[in-house]
Design a protein around this ligand. Structure first.
Ligand SMILES: [Zn+2]
Length: 263
């Protein structure tokens, strides 16, 4: 199954359709899932393996209304589905909980609702996925240089083993993603993975320099437009053809190996 084809199916669809496409794939895999409705949306949660303490893998299926939502965050949904498929295929006993959150873009409403209802006691950590379909290296955020954690360090070791550059960022233009409610609830080993290109790093440095020099919003936008990652971010042009199957597979392989290493 090509992951980019899953992203293509999701592109531009309303949330309810995107959620239905995910459940169709889960049913085709023969995997049980839980729907978690809350006031304004519905999350999907898939529990795998026998361990009571699970490693969380986070994705969100909603998109900003003016964007097709391919890299943000159809890419993560496709990788999340691939993790489930790999688990099934390997008949793995590894304890994993894959989240497909609703309403990330409107204030992390889905992940906040999950944490409010279930807490974080039965999770070892959370590897949250945001924009994992473009580029050739990993960015982990918000992860300061001194931070330690079994899941974090397992991911970094896997990246090194797979010879993929892996960078820590204490911020990456935004610090907000679905890892936030988990950290706030007392799960420190929760962070977000984004796949980037070297040009994105150069642009990020220019951006923070301009920010420190109090550049105006227009100047900041111009700088961001230099970064492959942000060129299509929250834009109508965030469509599946911009993504790379090799990048999606690189992300899926690293997440899967991390799950096995962190058991
Ligand atoms: Zn997103």
């Amino acid at each position: 199954m090509e992951l980019i084809k899953i992203v293509k199916l999701l592109d531009g669809q309303p949330s309810a359709t995107r959620r239905a496409l995910i459940t169709e794939h889960l049913s085709a895999f023969g995997v049980r899932y839980a729907e978690q409705p809350y006031a304004t949306g519905t999350n999907l949660v898939v529990d795998l393996g026998r361990a009571t303490n699970k490693i969380g893998v986070g994705t969100h299926f909603d998109r900003v209304p003016n964007s097709a939502g391919a890299n943000d965050n159809g890419s993560a949904v496709a990788v999340g589905l691939d993790i489930i498929r790999r688990h099934q295929q390997a008949r793995s006993a590894a304890g994993v909980r894959v989240f497909f959150f609703d309403e990330e873009e409107t204030g992390l409403l889905g992940s906040r609702a999950y944490v409010a209802q279930h807490g974080v006691q039965d999770l070892k950590g959370l590897l949250n996925l945001e924009l994992v379909g473009m580029g050739d290296r990993f960015a982990l955020w918000p992860v300061e240089a001194t931070r330690r954690g079994p899941l974090l360090q397992a991911f970094e070791a896997v990246a090194q083993h797979q010879r993929v550059s892996c960078h820590r960022f204490d911020q990456i233009v935004t610090n907000t993603a679905d890892h936030v409610p988990f950290r706030q609830a007392g799960l420190p080993d929760a962070f977000t993975l984004t796949v980037i290109a070297s040009q994105d790093i150069a642009t990020a440095q220019a951006y923070y320099q301009a920010l420190a020099q109090q550049a105006d919003a227009g100047q900041l936008m111009n700088i961001l437009a230099q970064a492959p990652l942000f060129r299509h971010y929250h834009q109508p042009t965030d469509t599946y053809e911009k993504l790379s199957e090799a990048t999606l597979r690189m992300a899926a392989a690293a997440v899967w190996e991390t799950i096995l290493a962190a058991q």
